[in-house]
Design a protein around this ligand. Structure first.
Ligand SMILES: Cc1ncc(COP(=O)(O)O)c(C=O)c1O
Length: 396
């Protein structure tokens, strides 16, 4: 791949946008025709790149986008994305007018919020809202029929607001046992009974539910982790209705090669000691890139074989033991495929005793992202050299 030097350290993430498209097209085939798809592109599309993933998702049939915070939504708008955007999390009521300015839908879950936000909505403005119900996640949301009734009434009586949706979120849709999902659905259906009119979007399903529970679809799903080709959990892998294609891979290149005698130490704490003559290579990636210290002992792929990280992972570098001399500049794959070997995001998550979501989100903006379509690199994003987007706003 020959690109005009968009970055100067040989460590990069590759994002396969065709796999994003595939994962969404498969979902659309799996869902009834009248169910819309909103895709979760919060947290920079789980580390994959919000703008590129959002555009691909919309081109592949997603109707809307879901983010956690207003800033994430504004960023999408600033990059020319015009599809519906829902902010799932809390927004300050005094920022209601900012949301309206950018045609962004907010989430409401308290009467006090509505009463305050109303003062910030201009004369001829209207704020689109989804009401969040807490049916057992215990995070944000209305829990009683009376709260929901009051909020719906207030919205319908105010010319500042428009009720566009109502939703809830599952706590256990990635588990084999679905008792708690059904319990949450029961509570959601009970809450819905008091609504005087049904809004345009009614949604509960995240990836886990979208792939398994038709009774959770209503008319919209919110699809996140499975769009990135990752299973919502390990135990859900055998239950997936179609194979997912992983979107992200992580690569670097050898920057140093040396042969050490037996008894030499490697890295901070001198925790690794060579047993005999050993070839040790140095890779320019470390915990500041999201390649965490817990990955000591994890294998990487080089020339199609697996080789272990030895000694502690440093902030910007780590060392690997290889069975023979390799050349400086040799490509090393930390997540992804080389030949017949594959290191999945799930393998890294398991080693770190965490979930695949966290691994993708942790890959720091310091690592450039290269976007591929039809096996060709189409765009490189290097946050370090990108111009600043900073708006000089009041900071509280
Ligand atoms: C409210 C809400 N909806 C949908 C999603 C997407 O979930 P998933 O990535 O499991 O599909 C999330 C992600 O955490 C979320 O918080």
């Amino acid at each position: 791949m020959e690109l005009q030097k968009p970055f100067f350290r040989d460590t990069w993430v590759e994002i396969n946008l065709d796999n994003v498209a595939y994962n969404i097209i498969q979902l659309k085939k799996h869902l009834p025709d009248d169910v819309s798809v909103f895709v979760a592109v919060k947290a920079n599309a789980y580390g994959h790149g919000d703008i590129q993933v959002a555009r691909t998702a919309i081109e592949s049939g997603a109707e809307g986008l879901a983010v956690a915070f207003l800033d994430e939504a504004i960023r999408l708008r600033k990059h020319g994305i015009t599809s519906p955007i829902l902010v799932l999390g809390a927004t300050r009521p005094k920022d209601a007018n900012i949301a309206i300015e950018h045609n962004i839908t907010l989430t409401v879950f308290s009467m006090d919020w509505l009463l305050t936000a109303e003062d910030y909505v201009g004369e001829d403005q209207e704020l689109k809202l989804h009401i969040k119900c807490d049916t057992g996640m215990g995070r944000v949301g209305v829990r009683s029929q009376s709260e929901l009734e009051d909020i719906e009434r207030k919205i319908s009586q105010s010319k500042s607001f428009m009720l566009e949706g109502v939703f809830t979120h599952f706590a256990t849709s990635d588990e084999v046992d679905d008792d708690y999902v059904q319990e949450q659905l029961k509570r959601f259906n009970w809450l819905l009974q008091v609504l005087k009119s049904k809004p345009k979007y009614i949604h509960t399903a995240n990836s886990g539910a979208s792939l398994r529970f038709p009774e959770s679809y209503f008319n919209t799903v919110r699809f996140g982790i499975a769009m990135y080709g990752l299973s919502p959990s390990k135990e859900m892998v055998p239950l997936l209705p179609y194979p997912l294609k992983e979107v992200l891979s992580l690569h670097t290149r050898v920057v140093h090669v040396k042969k050490l005698d037996a008894g030499e130490k490697i890295s901070y704490g001198a925790t690794y000691e060579t047993e005999k003559d050993e070839w040790i290579i140095t890779l320019p990636i470390g915990y500041a890139d999201g390649w965490l210290r817990g990955l000591q002992g994890q294998e990487v792929l080089i020339n199609g074989f697996r080789a272990p990280i030895v000694g502690r992972v440093c902030m910007d570098q780590c060392m690997v033991k290889v069975p023979y001399e390799v050349e400086v500049g040799t490509k090393v794959t930390l997540i992804g495929k080389q030949g017949d070997e594959c290191i999945s995001v799930d393998e890294i998550a398991e080693r770190l005793d965490t979930i695949n979501y966290e691994i993708a989100c942790l890959l720091s903006p310091r690592v450039p992202r290269i976007y591929f379509k039809e096996n060709e690199p189409i765009e490189v994003v290097n946050q370090l050299l990108a111009s600043s987007d900073f708006i000089n706003n009041d900071i509280e």
